[in-house]
Design a binder for this molecule. Structure first.
Ligand code: ATP
Ligand code: MG
Length: 453
C-alpha cells in the first residue's frame, strides 16, 4: 500500500482513477490542478504522483518541475493527450518515470503505479546499499567509528540533499570544514562550486565586498567589477567559516541576504538573486554570544536551521584507532615507509591523551611519527613529547565509575562530587571550585541548590 496523489481537472476521471487505485489498497489524495496538487504534495509527501498534463493554473509539467525540485525521489506519472508523443518525451526528460496516454484502461493505470512503486523501492534500496545505512561509519572523507560520529553522519546525510542552512559547531581541529565539504559533495549541488570564506581573516571594511561583490569604482581601488563569494557560490555552497567573528554591522547585512535571498553589490543598486546553499561554522559558543549581545539572535536562528555539533576527539576515543590507521596510510605512504603501525603501548598513550587540538593535532602527530620513525612499528618514544607527557598526567587523574545496574540520578552524582571535592580541598571553596573547573560563584550556587553548608 502506498500514498498516491492524483491531479486532474476532470472530476469524473479523477473519481474513476481514485476508485481503482483504492481497490488496490492505496491511499489516494486528489487535487484539481497543479497548484492544489503541489500544496497537498508538500503536506503529505505521497510516494507517487499521477498528474494530467493540461490543467488550468499550474499544469502537469510545471507541477513535475516543482516536485522534482523539492523531492527528486518522488515518482511521477504523466497523463498525456492522445498522440502527443512530444509532451510524453518532455515529461520523461524532466524526470517522470512513466506516462499514460488518454484514454487509458484502469489496468494500465494500476500497472503504471505498480511500476513506479517498484522503481521507488529499488532506488531506496540502492541508496541504502550505497549510502550511509551500510557504510555508516563514513561520510565523504570523514573517518569515524564512534556512536557520536555515526549520529553526525546520519544528520549530515539527511540534510545534505536538502537546501537547508547548516551550522556546524565544534572545537578547533574537530573537522568542521571537512564536514561542510562532505555535505556539499553529497548534495545535489555537488557539481557546483564550494566556496569557503574565512570571516575572521577578512579585514572589516572588506567583508561586504568579499561576500557580496562590488561594482567598478565603488571605492578607491575598485578598478574592476568584483563578484562576491555569494555570487561565485551560485549553484553550489558558500561556507562561512568562523562566523562568530563577523562584526555586528555585517551581521545585519548577512541576515538580510539570508532572508531575501538577494544581494546588492557594494556601489550597486540592483539586487540580484542568490542561489547558494549556506553552511556556517564556528568554534565559539554562539548561544553564549547571543546571550551577551555579541551575536544577533535573529541571525543565529537563521543560520542554525540544522545545527550539527562535531564532538571533540576526547569524547570519542573510539575514533582514535581508525583515524590513526587512516593517517598512517596517508602519511606513511608519503614518507615512503610502507605499512607502519602503532605499538599497543603507543596506541595506549594516544587513547589516554585529551587532544585539545582534536583531529588536526592527531594528524600532525602521526605525520611526524611517520616521517621520523625508523622501523615499521611506532613506539611510545616516537610520539611527540607533549602527547606522552599529557597522557601520563591524565593517566593519574583518570578515574572510572562503577555504574550500578538500576540507573543513577545525575544530580545525586553531582552533589556527591561537589562534597568530595570540598573534602579533598579542606573545605576551601575557592580551591574546590578550581579543582572542579568551575567558578566559585557557580560552586556556591550549586552548594546552595544541594543544601550543602
Ligand atoms: N573525522 C576525520 N577524518 C579524517 N580527517 C579528519 C577528520 N576530522 C578532521 N580531519 C582532518 O583534520 C584536519 C582539521 O580538520 P578541519 O580543518 O575540518 O577542522 P576545523 O574544525 O575546521 O578546525 P578549525 O576550527 O581550526 O578551523 C584536516 O586536515 C582534516 O582533513
Ligand atoms: Mg576550519
Amino acid at each position: 500500500m502506498a500514498a498516491i496523489l492524483l491531479v486532474d481537472d476532470d472530476e469524473s476521471l479523477r473519481e474513476v482513477m481514485k476508485y481503482h487505485l483504492e481497490q488496490d489498497g492505496h491511499e489516494v489524495l486528489t487535487a484539481e490542478n497543479g497548484r492544489a496538487g503541489f500544496e497537498l504534495f508538500t503536506k503529505h509527501g505521497p510516494d507517487v504522483v499521477v498528474s494530467d498534463i493540461v490543467m488550468p493554473e499550474i499544469g502537469g509539467v510545471e507541477l513535475l518541475k516543482r516536485i522534482k525540485d523539492v523531492s527528486s525521489d518522488t515518482m511521477f506519472v504523466m497523463i498525456t493527450a492522445h498522440g502527443s508523443v512530444e509532451s510524453a518525451v518532455e515529461a520523461m526528460r524532466l524526470g517522470a518515470c512513466d506516462y499514460l496516454e488518454k484514454p487509458f484502461a484502469a489496468d494500465a493505470l494500476k500497472m503504471s503505479v505498480k511500476k513506479a512503486l517498484r522503481v521507488a523501492n529499488l532506488e531506496k534500496e540502492n541508496k541504502y546499499l550505497r549510502g550511509v545505512a551500510i557504510d555508516k561509519y563514513r561520510f565523504g572523507n570523514i573517518v569515524g567509528a564512534s556512536e557520536a560520529m555515526k549520529r553526525v553522519f546520519e544528520t549530515a546525510a539527511r540534510v545534505a540533499e536538502r537546501n537547508a542552512t547548516v551550522l556546524i559547531l565544534g572545537e578547533s581541529g574537530s573537522g568542521k570544514e571537512l564536514l561542510a565539504k562532505a555535505i556539499h559533495f553529497n548534495s545535489r549541488r555537488k557539481d557546483g562550486p564550494f566556496i569557503p570564506v574565512n570571516v575572521s581573516a577578512i579585514p572589516g571594511q572588506l567583508i561586504d565586498s568579499e561576500l557580496f561583490g562590488h561594482e567598478k569604482g565603488a571605492f578607491t581601488g575598485a578598478v574592476t567589477r568584483h563578484a562576491g563569494a555569494f555570487e561565485r557560490a551560485s549553484g553550489g555552497t558558500i561556507f562561512l567559516d568562523e562566523i562568530a567573528e563577523m562584526p555586528a554591522e555585517h551581521q545585519v547585512r548577512l541576515l538580510r541576504v539570508l532572508q531575501e535571498k538577494e544581494i546588492v553589490r557594494v556601489g550597486g543598486e540592483k539586487s540580484e538573486q542568490v542561489n547558494a546553499r549556506v553552511i556556517a561554522a564556528t568554534n565559539r559558543d554562539l548561544d553564549d554570544m547571543v546571550r551577551s549581545g555579541q551575536f544577533r539572535q535573529d541571525l543565529y536562528f537563521r543560520l542554525s536551521v540544522v545545527p550539527i555539533e562535531m564532538p571533540p576527539l576526547r569524547r570519542r576515543a573510539d575514533d582514535i584507532p581508525s583515524l590513526v590507521a587512516h593517517f598512517l596510510e596517508k602519511h606513511g605512504a608519503e614518507s615512503g615507509s610502507e605499512r607502519m603501525k602503532m605499538s599497543p603501548e603507543a596506541m595506549d598513550v594516544l587513547m589516554k591523551y585529551d587532544w585539545p587540538g582534536n583531529v588536526r593535532e592527531l594528524e600532525n602527530a602521526i605525520e611526524r611519527c611517520a616521517a621520523i620513525t625508523a622501523g615499521p612499528v611506532i613506539a611510545p618514544e616516537d610520539l611527540p613529547e607533549k602527547i606522552r607527557q599529557g597522557a601520563a598526567a591524565l593517566g593519574l587523574k583518570a578515574f572510572r565509575f562503577e555504574l550500578p545496574e538500576g540507573g543513577i540520578v545525575l544530580e545525586d552524582v553531582e552533589k556527591t562530587l561537589i562534597q568530595a571535592a570540598l573534602e579533598k580541598n579542606n573545605n576551601n571553596q575557592s580551591a574546590a571550585a578550581r579543582y572542579l573547573g568551575i567558578t566559585r560563584n557557580t560552586l556556591l550556587y550549586r552548594m546552595d541548590k544541594f543544601n550543602l553548608k
